[in-house]
Ligand binder design. Sequence first.
Ligand SMILES: Nc1ncnc2c1ncn2[C@@H]1O[C@H](COP(=O)(O)OP(=O)(O)OP(=O)(O)O)[C@@H](O)[C@H]1O
Ligand SMILES: [Mg+2]
Length: 516
Amino acid sequence: MENGVFVGGGGEGHGVKQWLRLDYANRHGLIAGATGTGKTVTLQILAEGFSAQGVPIFMSDVKGDLSGLAKPGSADFKLHQPFSDRARTIGFDDYAYTAFPVTFWDLFGTQGHPIRTTVAEMGPLLISRLLELSEAQEGILNIAFRVADEEGLPLLDLKDLQSMLVWLGENRESVSLRYGNIAVQSVGAIQRRLLVLENQGGAKFFGEPALDLRDLMRTDANGQGQINILAADKLMGAPRLYATFLLWLLSELFEDLPEVGDPEKPKLVFFFDEAHLLFDDAPKALVDKVEQVARLIRSKGVGVYFITQNPDDIPEDILGQLGNRVQHALRAFTARDRKALRMAAETYRENPTFDTEVAIREVGVGEAVTSMLERKGIPGMVERTLIRPPSSQLGPISPAERGGIVGASDLGDKYTRTLDRQSAFEILAQRTKEAAEAAENAELNEADLDAAMREYTAGRRYSGTRVGRSTAQPTRKTRKEDSFGEAMAKVVVKELKGTTGRRIVRGLLGGLFKAR
Ligand SMILES: Nc1ncnc2c1ncn2[C@@H]1O[C@H](COP(=O)(O)OP(=O)(O)OP(=O)(O)O)[C@@H](O)[C@H]1O
Ligand SMILES: [Mg+2]
């Protein structure tokens, strides 16, 4: 078949070739199965097939075992014989070892090109999800975004958002008049969640240069689709960040790509591993959004393939949209397992030669119950398919090999250096500094007044400035240091000589730590 990805052999003795049609590859897919049943290898061979047909791919590498795509398999490998036997069984006559063009990405910037976005681009809905905010807190985050917009304060990185929240806390009375009550506890709670995200390494992910989606949709000089691999092993330590990031990427693709209807082949195939993380106690609004993005992104030529252990991890509305399916074995230990198994079986078009439910229970490792879309997008009859062996290396390449590929990539220059444009943090810091300087000047002028009087005047004078905070309050004695606070203090305090200005700065920064 010219226009398909070879998946494996089904039918009698596994001799009937099974294909995933390129013209229906944008109708999404599912790879499911219990642990150790062959999901990752299926993902690998699908990526190989798409790449060979000029379709770029994006995938996350949860266990760090997909980098082998960049290197050919080897006749010295311990599974060379089983791979060759399998190829023969399924009539894969031109089975050969080859490498594929891979681009490595890493949110933390160590195992690949850094991948970043801005706070503003991610938007309040996803950031609320990321920070696991309550509804009330989400409301406040929405206000922060609105006010930042109105005040012309770009929200690019996490310190911008931090500054914005400090500002909101300080100005909550005037802001509340327009937007309703802003509880200081809620602002504090959001700030604390931000610190958690920062500790998980999230600060690296927000900023510029932001990812240019076109860099995920490239083909190499030979017309092979680029395989973009996101390092997700460390990222799995922050599952919320992982799931939100991938969802953000999907919605970004959806919003940016032009409508193409049903293309001959997809513009991009997106594999979403550990997809259950996206839906674990997700609010309905979010599930609806995923459902909507999945439904509409199809006509932008993007196919989304969910990978998960059990298909019932995926909400029904979304599952119903996954046209191309590779179901590896499911276990049937418990009553719940059996129910899930029965339900999984029921979603397939039956094959008269075997019982789907039994097949899903019995298929061996690297074997699966498959159903691909056929002409007119009709689901194909279910088959017991022996999945083809990989052409690239099974298992990871060495860190040195990986480093070599990252180093040689022409994307390095573009993404390695961070930009730090003038944004909310700098602008608010500047305002604070101006207020503090004004305070200092006033302090010097008042030098001959006695101390108490000076304190009083200074306090009065600043109550109406844009930072909107009186300095007459006592100085806070204890203040925890953190990167944000230090950074803010550095920008502001270094040029101040007197005490009053410093006090203002401390007061403002105090807002950040107050609610701890
Ligand atoms: N299509 C295949 N051809 C040849 N061998 C395979 C195939 N699929 C799986 N195998 C063998 O089975 C092993 C386990 O497969 P794989 O790593 O894909 O399982 P998995 O479902 O991803 O497991 P986990 O849930 O632990 O990630 C592979 O290392 C390989 O030896
Ligand atoms: Mg796996």
